[in-house]
Design a protein around this ligand. Structure first.
Ligand SMILES: NC(=O)c1ccc[n+]([C@@H]2O[C@H](COP(=O)([O-])OP(=O)(O)OC[C@H]3O[C@@H](n4cnc5c(N)ncnc54)[C@H](OP(=O)(O)O)[C@@H]3O)[C@@H](O)[C@H]2O)c1
Length: 314
């Protein structure tokens, strides 16, 4: 048997149920992965609650797009993957499970230096951070402001940008400032007076912004500090980005990711692995929970104040 987390109506975390189903078999064009860990992302809750639009529910829907595990069965038409391969699954259809069916396009070989939990924690957050910073052309000489620097995306963005030679200012609550300093960013408290505090630590000015918070304050601050709106990007306020004249990637944007942006998100995993091997990238796991605690995991994620990543371990 296989255990999966699913929901049959939109609502709070209580709509999640953990059920036993027959273990899936590999379709001709896919593989079955035995999941060792699944990453909990804010989008999982947004889809479950109906906050982010998705097709009508006409049966149970599985949860979770980030997973890591071992290939346990390979479809007849699949080349290049074998039973026993250790993989990361991106864009999975139900990673909160003991088994998930995936297409070869969703698989990336798991870098050996990463634990299962770390491997499950990087698909969405590191992929998004890497692609957004590449799309914003962040590099040496830039002063980058990150709104929401201590979350999953924020920590990855701080570390990529530092590795690429940028000066990084990142917002977080006071409890997370020491962590941001450890990662090489200048921490700043969000809240009233934010523009002045940033100007005080960046007399040279801010060149580029990544918004991973999605607050009115984040938008107003970004517009006040950076003239070139092509160098302000949001991953949360996609639905309103055009109104502000700033850039957006997913996060409710009506414009889908381009094939190049999608391939940057995939490429991020190799980039993380290289930096981890050099001791220049850390993946902070804030909490490990069993599948049966999926509702608790999402409840915590929904507080909006998780530092690092929550992972489910089947
Ligand atoms: N567009 C995309 O493709 C995409 C991909 C991934 C994520 N996202 C979105 O990006 C957002 C961040 O994702 P995540 O995975 O990093 O979330 P996360 O791990 O839950 O982190 C959220 C972070 O937001 C910070 N925060 C809370 N209130 C804030 C405020 N008023 N100002 C600044 N920071 C604040 C928190 O820091 P403190 O605890 O210090 O307050 C926390 O570290 C979510 O809305 C998510 O849905 C979009």
């Amino acid at each position: 048997m296989s255990r999966v987390v699913q929901y049959s109506r939109f609502g709070g975390p209580e709509v999640l149920e953990v059920v036993d189903i027959a273990t899936p078999t590999a379709p001709p064009d896919g593989v079955v992965v035995e999941v060792r860990a699944a990453g909990v992302n804010p989008i999982d809750s947004k889809l479950r609650s109906g906050l982010r639009a998705s097709p009508p529910l006409n049966g149970p829907r599985r949860v979770g797009s980030d997973g890591a595990g071992v290939v346990s069965e390979v479809g007849a038409r699949v080349d290049g993957w074998s039973v026993g391969d250790e993989v990361i699954v991106r864009g999975a259809d139900g990673a909160y499970a003991t088994h998930v069916v995936a297409s070869p396009q969703q698989l990336v070989a798991k870098p050996q230096d990463l634990s299962w939990e770390q491997a499950a924690a990087i698909g969405v957050p590191a992929g998004t951070a890497y692609q957004a910073l590449k799309s914003l052309r962040v590099g040496r000489g830039d002063t980058l402001l990150i709104h929401g620097g201590s979350g999953g995306v924020g920590q990855a963005a701080v570390q990529f940008a530092r590795a690429w030679g940028a000066t990084v200012i990142a917002t977080a609550s006071a409890a997370n400032h020491a962590r941001l300093t450890e990662l090489g960013a200048i921490p700043i408290a969000y809240g009233p007076g934010l523009v002045d505090r940033i100007r005080a630590v960046a007399p040279q000015g801010v060149d580029v912004v990544l918004d991973a918070a999605g607050t009115a304050e984040a938008v107003e601050t970004s517009l006040a500090l950076v003239r070139d709106r092509d160098r302000i990007g949001t991953i949360v306020l996609g639905a309103r980005a055009a109104e502000f004249g700033i850039r957006a990637w997913a996060g409710g944007s009506p414009v889908p990711l381009t094939p190049q942006e999608q391939s940057l998100r995939r490429e991020a995993i190799g980039a993380v692995a290289e930096l981890v091997a050099k001791g220049e990238f850390e993946i902070e796991i804030s909490r490990r929970l069993p599948l049966e605690s999926a509702a608790e995991a999402q409840r915590e994620s929904e507080t909006g104040h998780v530092r690092g990543k929550i992972v489910l371990v089947p």
